[in-house]
Design a protein around this ligand. Sequence first.
Ligand code: NAI
Length: 474
Amino acid sequence: MSEQQNFDVVVIGAGPAGYHAAIRAAQLGLKTACIDAALGKDGKPALGGTCLRVGCIPSKALLDSSRQFWNMHHIFGDHGIAFDNAKIDVNAMVGRKDKIVKQFTGGIAALFKANKIAAFYGFGQLQPGNVVRVKQHDGSEVELKGTNVIIAAGSESIELPFAKFGEHIVDNVGALDFTEVPKRLGVIGAGVIGLELGSVWNRLGAEVVILEAMPSFLAAADGEAAKVSAREFKKQGLDIRLGAKVATTEVKADGVHVTYNDAKGEQTIIVDKLLVAVGRKAATRGLLADGTGVQLNERGQIVVDEHCHTGVDGVWAVGDCVRGPMLAHKGFEEGIAVAELIAGLPGHVNFETIPWVIYTEPEIAWVGRTEEQLKADGVPYKAGSFPFAAVGRAVAMAEPAGFVKVLAHAETDRILGMHLVGANVSELVHEGVLAMEFNGSAEDLARICHAHPSLSEAVHDAAMAVDKRAIHKA
Ligand code: NAI
């Protein structure tokens, strides 16, 4: 018989959604516990979920390291900077990434302590009656009863039956820890992970081939943004093959043989490492004991309403394990909203204004609807766009690629979407997020004074271009 402890809130999972929920609940005076099973590279418990351990943060560390290396070879010359014999020490680069991960996972542990959140390290399973049974790493079991339970179990990589993960075939976790630059890297899936991690190793000198099953590139993005970014990736040497359906993979002495079919018929590539990035699925295996009443949908996600409630009294679910985009910041907002709802406050997430960012070079970012979606929905709209090639700051930075496009309702001028490709657009997209959150119009954005010279002038001029009055556009 295991010991039982009582809490106001028990959170399963200390990833972005879970740790936000736990900290906000604790701030609101609720007695809170949070359970997480993950271990870091050192074998010790590591809070922060996929995002901090093997996702957003480590990938950005490697993207930045590899970008410096790429710039040395491709941009420094423009600035008149010459150097001899620059080399990359992959182990030092990965070590830097690990240090950053440790700093941030340790930071969550410190925040838990400061907020008096009881952390439990092990695997939590929901039982009927809002009880979570935790199998702790030391082998002991503990039962936590929550007046409320918030499930934030996250997601895991989808494994293809014909490409089992191992030493040569990896998911995002493996691709963050190569010990040397693979000479040839194959990637299955030209989605967010494939493009980001493909870019890292391409910049460091790997020959990268990305096989994408869909006939179009980045179908979720605005068509123009996808087209412009595809052109830039091609210039960088990323070989993206569309309509390529992988049939088999085989690890042989000379590398991984990847056979796929496209319009030209059956083809095989041989690579040293193969990254499989074909999407992620809700991590619900073993999470729910019989009789909890919590439902899963056909995609294995926990069924919730618009308030993240599962329909079972006191049981909520947030983040990657429920519907909606698998984005850390979407999880943050859901975690906070649920903690506030539990405390009797009006928690809320606006799904219309969740930004998307792909951290390639150039970066790709957007908020709201694409032109294609507006056309499909029959919404009358006006578009204004402005290229970074005409923005002084961007050219001075040797970052002329890309553009900003503002989409506004043809009659009301209300902003319906903003699409950006270019340097630092991961930051600039928030002008669109803010404007849309405040129901702003293109004219509102156009009348806001933007600093000169700055990249944000592209946003300003794109907003002005909606009514054909961009000053710097011929
Ligand atoms: P994804 O859904 O972004 O892309 C997967 C791609 O693989 C799609 O283009 C799909 O058509 C393709 N695909 C699927 N099966 C295939 C097959 N058998 N052969 C060839 N292509 C195939 O998924 P990804 O890149 O694995 O990322 C998973 C999740 O992680 C995403 O939902 C994303 O939101 C999140 N993420 C977000 C990041 C960000 O916000 N910057 C960074 C990394 C991940």
